[in-house]
Design a protein. Structure first.
Length: 405
């Protein structure tokens, strides 16, 4: 499929505009990084505790912040979550507790328990000492039902109550977003007879919030993950440099790696501008984009090499322009569909995937543009100042024609 035929755009004549745009994005992004004291790393890299909490109504962020402060938890962050894909998530918050220095696992676990305690002290509504049904697990509910036997099934009813507990908890989580405000909301669950509902009302209370999950990462592990992420990116770039240098010429490999590094640096700068944290999923997105951008660049370079055999007398800028124009339809088709996919993920994927999808959206745009706006002009500029780099006395077109196949 071709969107354009006989395209004749002078891309190399506009290279200075592409370079200017890249400089603006790079300088602006890295000014933001230095102004914020560096990149904002997630718990994965800096170490600490993340607690995901869902409230029955809109999350009272100010009250949460006050409760944590009164509990002596100063290095905390509170972030609201919302997502089109999960309407219940509009009442979710993520509470982050950073532990600086050499905090061990015991200290991190103590921080998690301190967050739990502060929330229960402030938002706990039941003073009878009953366990909170909204925080109960399958096994806890099954154990309670088996012990009190509301259906009078006798000592062999353990499996029946295990299955009933699974349905009750699933109904709580799937149908009510993890928060039940009235036990009668469970009446539609298969097997939840009035006797079962009455038994739950007797043994459980209903809190106004529920702990969805908690994550703990030690600072040593976080520092190690950060180093490994940097090395993984550098190893990927080095491997691609070697491959392209062998497949074409070394200047092609250098240009492709510079373009990919340009993509990564701009993406990191925009992360700082828009206040997104760098996490393990973001590193995965960056590595994906390294490969995506490199693939697009290789497609253009391969067409440059083919054209160099057919256009031996033409100057290199004209050969490169022809290659970009010939692959323009393919670029628009693949990059456009990829962009639409990751854009939907960004808009509807929810807060948990927001940083990952943002990296993908930015990376697809920057990676596509850098293939013809950065990598190709670098090759042209090199051959302009080193016309005999490939073979003594040869024209640029002849140099490319004799490149490795």
């Amino acid at each position: 499929m071709e969107f354009f035929r006989n395209v004749n755009v002078d891309w190399m004549g506009k290279a200075k505009y592409f370079v200017a745009l890249s400089l603006v994005l790079l300088i602006g992004g890295w000014i933001s990084i230095f102004a914020h004291g560096g990149l904002q790393y997630g718990i994965d890299f800096r170490g600490g505790t993340l607690v995901y909490v869902r409230f029955a109504g809109p999350a009272p962020v100010d009250q949460i912040r006050k409760a944590l402060s009164e509990a002596g938890l100063q290095n905390t962050s509170i972030q609201g979550i919302s997502g089109v894909a999960n309407p219940n998530s509009k009442n979710d918050v993520v509470i982050g507790l950073e532990r600086k220095g050499q905090a061990d696992d015991a200290a991190l676990d103590a921080g998690k328990q301190a967050i739990f305690g502060a929330l229960r002290k402030t938002f706990g509504t039941d003073t009878s000492g009953k366990p909170d049904f909204n925080s109960a697990s399958n096994s806890q509910v099954a154990g309670y039902l088996t012990q009190h036997d509301p259906l009078i099934l006798g000592p062999t009813a353990g499996d029946r109550y295990t299955q009933l507990a699974q349905r009750l908890v699933a109904g709580r989580d799937a149908d009510h977003g993890g928060i039940v405000t009235n036990f009668q909301q469970l009446a539609s669950v298969d097997g939840a007879t009035p006797a079962v509902i009455a038994s739950l009302q007797t043994g459980y209370s209903l809190g106004t919030f529920a702990i969805r999950s908690a994550e703990i990462v030690g600072p040593k592990v976080g520092a190690q993950l950060r180093r490994q992420a940097i090395f993984a990116t550098l190893y990927a770039l080095a491997g691609m440099l070697i491959y392209i240098a062998f497949r074409f010429e070394w200047v092609f490999g250098a240009a492709a790696v510079i373009a990919v590094l340009h993509d990564v640096l701009i993406t990191l700068g925009l992360f700082s501008v828009f206040h997104y944290e760098i996490s393990l999923t973001v590193i995965a997105a960056l590595l994906t984009l390294v490969g995506y951008s490199m693939n697009d660049t290789i497609v253009i370079f391969d067409r440059v090499r083919e054209n160099s055999r057919l256009m031996r007398r033409e100057p290199l800028p004209e050969i490169v322009n022809r290659a970009i124009n010939q692959t323009l339809s393919r670029t628009i088709l693949t990059s456009g569909l990829t962009f639409l996919t990751v854009l939907v993920l960004y808009l509807m994927g929810g807060e948990v995937l927001r940083s990952f999808s943002f990296a993908m959206v930015v990376g697809v745009v920057i990676g596509t543009y850098s293939s013809f706006g950065i990598a190709a002009p670098i090759v042209v500029a090199w051959h302009k100042f080193h016309p005999n780099a490939g073979a003594a006395g040869a024209t640029p077109g002849r140099n490319l024609a004799t490149a490795r196949r």
